[in-house]
Design a protein around this ligand. Structure first.
Ligand code: ADP
Ligand code: MG
Length: 556
């Protein structure tokens, strides 16, 4: 028997272990992910050390998962850097990062399950071992020493360190003495499933019972030119757990500043939100050095690009940026800016190169994208260019008009962009307000979704053209004076005109005024109409008819 030395965990670790042992947290799979991630880090570190020390043999690096059903144990082994005795005490007994301490405090206060899955981000992933095990043994030998050590704990506030009876190989073996009801973690099929889910793209071979299970190359760090369409497609299916689903397009990004990252973003074929999936079922896979940290990160994309799926892998996150900064939204915000810009660039390219493909994209996701007009002030102008509408000019841009296309087609002295709103295209086209536009061959955008009208009123103008509903009193037509204007002078003119009208038109107007009473502000002669006898227009500055309807419906 070799002497055993007993140590007490730092108070925060004891607290964390208490939380983990009490936790009813369902997703115990993350323990496997965390221990494999540590093994992978240990291999990375060894490889790094071998760069300067040629005595180190960094060939045949391997992560080995050894389930043992009879002993009710799970072993995770690596031939990486290993730990000295001091490192064991330091790394598996104290917490270095202040962010981790805050995380533990937060965990203690809340009972949200999600928080536990963040454990790996806060430099305390190792302790998740106690979610699976009632006793954990760590046998390790540092690459720098001949002497190995055994660390052992039942997670009750203390751990012991002793010399092993046998000589240890270089690297670390984590032996989990599994809790009674967790026999599933000795099932190779279950373990392979978990590893494929979380660790397929770990950059070192992972064996389960001797079988190599992660042969997929990490395509996002490869140069674009070496990745085949089939690989992109396979990876999309892997990410979405949605076999057979095609992506409309993908975007493979590599950036060095302000952050180093690799990313592949996919636009799905169909809008899952419209298929009844919740708005919350989204997010990107966030990797640090190819190891999945989070599989539904929502901070890397603005809400209006939430339909994108994909992966972002940044070595900057764990190495150059502190763990605390991972929590710090500004890091994500900066990355989000870069990614958003690249996506909008890509959409611009599709829109100008292939308007049919863009039309298909817009048909599925336009309703989400346009939310950006109200959300993303910095990119509002770029987003405005990406909007598409039905139009009275059906030959325009594959039947979908852009605001830029509209302005190009409009007569030079047209200062406004006209739009008409209604429940559907047919009823909009029946609107008598359209007559003058038809007669004068002026294009009108047809908005059947009240949100589009909201979007346009948020936008206000495009390329120095005011966006105006056709039933607005603010309307100005090119090449003529304003019609139905409400300036006092013109009003007097109108009245004079009316009085001069033949067949007693002035009398007709007064009869209407009297009959309609308070229901209208005024009844006037109009030059908007060519066929219909009368039409309703909105007072200057008033909401459009559709908008009023929307608001009425939503009133209690
Ligand atoms: P993190 O990996 O984020 O640092 P963990 O709680 O997962 O936090 O691990 C704590 C530390 O324990 C690691 O930083 C590392 O120094 C050490 N460690 C854990 N597992 C291994 C291993 N398999 N080989 C070598 N060192 C390890
Ligand atoms: Mg770790």
């Amino acid at each position: 028997e070799t002497p055993q030395e007993k140590f007490t965990f730092q108070a925060e670790i004891s607290r964390l272990l208490h939380i983990l042992s009490e936790s009813l947290y369902q997703n115990r799979e993350i323990t496997v992910r965390e221990l494999v991630s540590n093994a992978s880090d240990a291999l990375d570190k060894l490889r790094h050390a071998a760069l300067t020390d040629t005595d180190i043999d960094a060939s045949d690096l391997l992560i080995s998962i050894e389930p043992n059903k009879d002993e009710h144990q799970l072993v995770i082994r690596d031939n990486g850097i290993g730990m000295t005795r001091d490192e064991l005490v330091q790394n598996l007994g104290t917490i270095a990062h202040s962010g981790s301490l805050e995380f533990i405090e937060k965990l203690q206060k809340s009972d949200t399950k999600d928080d536990v899955s963040l454990i790996g981000q806060f430099g305390v992933g190792f302790y998740s071992a106690f979610m699976l095990a009632e006793r954990v043994e760590v046998r390790t030998r540092s690459y720098s020493e001949e002497q190995g050590w055994v660390w052992e704990s039942t997670g009750d506030g203390s751990f012991t360190i002793s010399e092993p009876a046998e000589k240890l190989e270089r690297g670390t073996e984590i032996r989990l003495h599994l809790k009674k009801d967790l026999g599933e973690f000795t099932d190779p099929a279950r373990l392979k499933y978990i590893l494929r889910k979380y660790s397929t793209f770990v950059p070192h071979p992972i064996n389960v019972d001797g079988e190599h299970i992660n042969d997929q190359p990490p395509i996002w760090v490869e140069p674009k030119s070496s990745v085949t369409e089939e690989q992109y497609q396979n990876f999309f299916e892997y990410l979405t757990h949605f076999p057979g689903q095609k992506a409309q397009w993908h975007l493979h990004l590599t950036a060095d500043s302000p952050f180093q990252f690799h990313s592949i973003l996919y636009c799905p074929d169909a809008n899952l939100e419209r298929m009844g999936f919740g708005k919350s079922d989204h997010g990107l896979h966030l990797c640090a050095k190819r190891i999945l940290v989070q599989n539904d990160n929502r901070d890397l994309l603005p809400d209006y690009l939430r339909f994108l799926r994909g992966i972002v892998d940044s070595a900057d996150l764990p190495l150059n940026v502190s763990r605390e900064a991972l929590q710090d939204n500004t890091v994500f915000r900066k990355m989000q800016k870069v990614i958003t810009k690249k996506v909008l660039d890509h959409l611009d390219t599709i829109a100008s190169d292939d308007s049919a493909a863009y039309g298909k994209f817009y048909g599925e996701f336009g309703s989400v994208l346009r939310e950006g007009i109200g959300e993303d002030f910095d990119n509002r102008d770029r987003l405005a260019k990406l909007l598409r509408f039905k139009s009275t000019n059906t030959s325009a841009e594959d039947g979908l008009a852009s605001l830029a296309g509209y302005c190009e087609r409009a007569p030079e002295d047209q200062k406004q962009i006209y739009f008409a709103t209604g429940a559907d295209e047919t009823s909009i086209l029946r609107d008598p307000n359209l007559e003058i536009f038809r007669e004068r061959n002026l294009e009108v955008l047809l908005l059947t979704d009240p949100v589009d009208e909201y979007v346009l009123s948020t936008l206000g103008e495009f390329d120095e053209h005011k966006l105006v509903p056709i039933d607005s009193a603010d309307l100005e037509l090119p090449g003529s004076e304003a019609k139905d204007s409400e300036t006092d002078d013109e009003k007097k003119e109108d009245e004079k005109d009316a009085a001069d009208l033949p067949n007693g038109f002035g009398t007709v107007l007064s009869i209407f005024k009297e009959a309609l009473g308070d229901q209208v502000e005024d009844v006037r002669k109009s030059e908007r109409l060519t066929e219909s006898a009368c039409c309703l227009v909105n007072a200057k500055g008033a909401q459009s008819t559709t908008m009023q309807k929307v608001l009425q419906v939503n009133m209690p």
